[in-house]
Design a protein around this ligand. Sequence first.
Ligand code: AGP
Length: 594
Amino acid sequence: MCGIFGYIGGRDNALELAIQGLKKLEYRGYDSWGIAAPYSDGTETKLFVHKQVGKISEAKAIPDLPKTQLAIGHSRWATHGAVTNANAHPHWDEGRNLVLVHNGIFENYAELKTELEAAGSTFHTETDTEVAVQAIARKLQAGKDLRLAVHEVAERLTGRFAFVLFALGEERVIAVRNGAPLIVGIGKGENFIASDITPFLEYTNQVKYLDDGEMVELTATTAKFYDLRSGKEEEKRLVPIEWKVEDAEKGQFEHFMLKEIFEQKETIVRAITQDPREINELAELIKKARGVFLIGCGTAGKVAHISEYFFAAIAKRHVNFAPASEFALFHHFLRPETLIFAISQSGETADVLEALEVGKKVGSKLASLVNVQGSTIARMSDYSLLIKAGPEKAVASTKAATSQISLLLLLAYACAGQIETGQKLLMETAAKINDLLNPRYLEHIQEISERYRSATDIFIIGRGANYPLALEAAIKIQEVSYIHAEGFAGGELKHGPIALIQEGTPCLVLIGDDEAKPEILANAMELKARGAKIIGIAPERDPVFDDWMKVPLSGIASPIVNLIPIQLFAYALAVARGLDPDMPRNLAKSVTVK
Ligand code: AGP
């Protein structure tokens, strides 16, 4: 969940590179940050460290950064230890010779800490991270070479983690990956390492991926990879990255969330105009499987849930949705003929990786839809398809969700042998969304959000595929506006939730262009009768609506078009409440811990 950055090379502004790199990684965790580097004061090599609580994007510039050609940095999402300067990374050993930044969790840190304290080590922070740096330092004091010392300690550490370190007086950076993402950017006379590619994309688009259980030793001109189990050096394939630097910039938009919502003018078309052979191949996997599980977390999970309705209605096929964080409990009936189909924007979500590992153990087939090229979920899948939405930086997932839903709808059509029909419907839907996404529509939704900006609760109802979409709407509103929002199946209201409704309670009603329309309008009436304010998302206005967000007619694709006003409404509520929609409190873009 944290962002890690490292540089070694010919440029002597490595600390500035680290600061700029962390700003690009901030969406991964933003409660505190820090940088460190060795530098020469003309007579000896010294250690420069700076760390502070808060967002690096809001931090003042650090005057007189020393010139250095090696630096590491970290942007934190706290797991162990409060958000304090002391607990911010980097962490170092008692001699201040070894400096380390870490993403993930060392699950067995308490046991190692006890051992180290018994051996005389003193700890200065509440973090699990400090255990690794102290343990490696002890190996160095025992005369071990740095790489060997790191190797031995890494083999003892358990959990999902990645860390990067340097030692004073050593012209190398060493990093280990075990369950959390790390990518090496190969430059000319320089090398970068980071949790994702965006911090070094402006310098190189040539990357090498670390796999779990691997270590890399970087110098300015070499990148040597080692398998931690065998200790053997390994060759790694150089992979060119398609994304461009500007894809990961805000451009003229005030927030990444709004930019990414408006990018849906192009992203849906990009998702559905991929090589139909690839989509048909995935459809064949689904058709051949005996039991298909669609899994994902958060928004990606809601997308998987929505697609259950598409496969039932179009492919006449039952697929099971399961929240990835719960999936391992279903291992009892997994078998080699089962297909586990993971949906994930980042391709690095720990709960999804854990679920796939459960399937892998019994030989089940693994497929995935991801947005990040070369991500772990893509590389561990038997078959993976990119949604091609480009970098998604805002924590709230928007363009990735509509691209995922569009591709799953197309897959359902492919399973029914009607891929052209699906493509035609989705191209029409994308064109309608293109018309929908304009400043006037945004203004209209901003006006509506002004009326509900001080709401304490917002309820969302839908039927059919718009029921899981109601659950997605709740996540969007929760995560950026901090308003308590909850989604329900329209038919479930009378079985309990309607008791929550009182005079003025805002209720978002999602209406599809489908047979469930009369029932969901009846549910809206029941809410209205108890004083609720009805905000209708629908192709036509209805008298029950207090506010109306018009959407185009779109048949079975209604969850895709209905998601646009939902995203804009959540965004507008956040801005109206003076909040930062891009980096909501307590969240991070890629959840790499369980
Ligand atoms: C969505 O807006 C959230 N950021 C979160 O629920 C997210 O969808 C979830 O963490 C899954 O992430 P993934 O798609 O990268 O696996």
